[in-house]
Design a binder for this molecule. Structure first.
Ligand SMILES: [Zn+2]
Length: 71
């Protein structure tokens, strides 16, 4: 139940069902600003317009922090 508008925060129920796509154990993710961080491999995934981008190709790496949108 959200009475305040906490922009950027994911729905806790949504966050609860998300899991890292890179880990076989499907560990939970924690939100850190506008990214989701795997609790196991520490891979970060962006949240774009409130939608978590959890495909392996969406993973943010140290080599490409800004993830330009071209594939
Ligand atoms: Zn992981």
């Amino acid at each position: 139940m959200s009475t305040e508008k906490d922009s950027g925060a994911l729905d806790p129920q949504l966050l609860a069902i998300l899991a890292c796509p890179l880990c076989d154990t499907r560990p939970p993710l924690t939100q850190n600003g506008d990214t989701l961080v795997c609790t196991q491999c520490s891979t970060r995934f962006p949240i774009r317009n409130g939608i978590p981008a959890l495909r392996p190709g969406d993973a943010l790496t140290e080599d490409s922090p800004a993830t330009p949108d071209h594939e």
